[in-house]
Design a binder for this molecule. Structure first.
Ligand SMILES: CC(=O)SCCNC(=O)CCNC(=O)[C@H](O)C(C)(C)COP(=O)(O)OP(=O)(O)OC[C@H]1O[C@@H](n2cnc3c(N)ncnc32)[C@H](O)[C@@H]1OP(=O)(O)O
Ligand SMILES: O=C([O-])CC(=O)C(=O)O
Length: 378
């Protein structure tokens, strides 16, 4: 056991627990970059190219692009055994629980086609399967047939077609690409950290990704996307937002999609997603939802301002409005988040394994002191 200074922290806020070269979250000034490139510059780049950059730290060559595209398409089709397994999953099970359960059951490919090692091959195989699992789970829940990807189509063109059963517009694909790029990676967030802890025991990549996905599910983390849009639906209209916010604050209820552990200003992803939501919410119902979200954000800022504090929307707040405009039901939002974040998880798994060590903190024991066993007791 190494001699280290004892630091006590329940929530690890502000504690540095490792190094990473994958992304940089500059919370004070609201900047996020992947591999040294600001997300504002990455948001319009091809989705799979950014994914490769996040995972491997360099842009793919032309040959790697070609191989990756075809690898993704061929694996975004569920095999018969995979379809049978998914068929056993209760239809009403939350998609995040379905993903966390299904990922370790996937049969990993034996051959390597991407030339980046077994862990990377398995990780990217899982990314392709996640999109297929989400679309198939949704369609089974709708009593519809499972659809397969079409070779040559863009990744999210295929996904939206497999989900809805009809081809999306070019604009919808572009919007989903951008939203997914924005969610791809975020340093040592809870889900990624859980995956690193799992990787630290030398568990395989599918265990690490499943651990991350289980952690992403909670409402204080990735699950806030579903919760934020459902909150707007429950509030119903912008004029009721102020009373809702006051009531939450009076009862110490957190407002979903607001606040962040690292950002002390607006989350740079929310800054991009808000105008996207404004552009995409066109029908009356979507416009009302969006106006309700805006009213919640403003009411939060007024209430916190009155106490001399600040609060800002995070990535989750307006993302739901964008997904809603793409016809994605709220309980699939977090699974869509996982579908993007998994590239970050893979990058961290590969990075961590380069300098692997067991992560095992210490606890302050506060139970009864150890006692000698009463020998007279039976
Ligand atoms: C992808 C992601 O994971 S982004 C985050 C998604 N999560 C959410 O949107 C859930 C809502 N937000 C929250 O619960 C929090 O802001 C968190 C969990 C994200 C960050 O929490 P922490 O860093 O622990 O901040 P903390 O909870 O200490 O907040 C500081 C103060 O602001 C308050 N606060 C922070 N966020 C909120 C919120 N959303 N609603 C109401 N009050 C809030 C806290 O109650 C606390 O007040 P206090 O000092 O009077 O006790
Ligand atoms: O970093 C965090 O704590 C949460 C977050 O924004 C993310 O995971 O994208």
């Amino acid at each position: 056991m190494s001699e280290t200074q004892t630091v006590f922290s329940n929530d690890l806020a502000g504690i540095v627990v490792g190094e990473t070269a994958i992304s940089d979250v500059q919370g004070d000034i609201g900047l996020l970059s992947y591999r040294g490139i600001d997300i504002n510059e990455l948001v319009d780049v091809s989705f799979l190219h950014v994914a490769w950059l996040v995972v491997f730290g360099e842009w793919p060559t032309d040959e790697e692009r070609r191989r990756l595209k075809s690898f993704m398409c061929s694996n975004a089709q569920l095999t018969h055994p995979e379809q049978d397994l998914l068929g056993q999953v209760p239809r009403e099970l939350h998609p995040m629980l379905m993903l966390q359960g299904m990922i370790p059951l996937l049969q990993m490919p034996e051959e390597e086609t991407l030339g980046r090692g077994t862990d990377a091959e398995h990780g990217l195989f899982i990314t392709a399967k996640i999109s297929a699992l989400i679309a198939a789970h949704y369609r089974l829940g709708q009593n519809k047939v499972i659809l397969h990807p079409t070779a040559g189509k863009l990744r999210h063109d295929n996904f939206l077609t497999m989900f809805h059963g009809k081809a999306p517009t070019h604009e919808q694909v572009r919007m989903l690409d951008a939203a997914q790029i924005l969610q791809m990676e975020h340093s040592f967030n809870a889900g990624t950290f859980a995956g690193r802890v799992c990787a630290s025991t030398l568990a395989p990549i599918q265990s690490s990704i499943a651990a991350s996905i289980g952690t992403l599910f909670g409402k204080l983390h990735g699950g806030a996307d579903q919760a934020a849009l459902e909150m707007a639906m429950e509030i119903g209209s912008p004029d009721k937002a102020e009373a809702y916010v006051k009531d939450c604050l009076a009862n110490k209820v957190k407002i979903m999609g607001m606040g962040h552990r690292e950002y002390r200003t607006v989350d740079p992803r929310a800054k991009i997603l808000k105008p996207m939501a404004i552009a995409s919410c066109q029908d009356e119902e979507s416009k009302n939802l969006l106006a309700t979200l805006v009213a919640v954000e403003e009411a939060c800022q007024r209430e916190f301002g009155a106490r001399g504090q600040e609060i800002w929307a995070n990535v989750e707040f307006y993302k739901g409005a964008v997904f809603h405009s793409l016809g994605i039901p709220p309980h699939y939002f977090t699974a869509m988040f996982a579908m993007a974040r998994v590239y970050g998880y893979i990058g961290h798994f590969l990075e961590f394994r380069e300098q692997s060590c067991l992560i095992r903190p210490r606890a302050a024991y506060v139970g009864s002191p150890p006692q000698a066993r009463d020998q007279s007791a039976a």
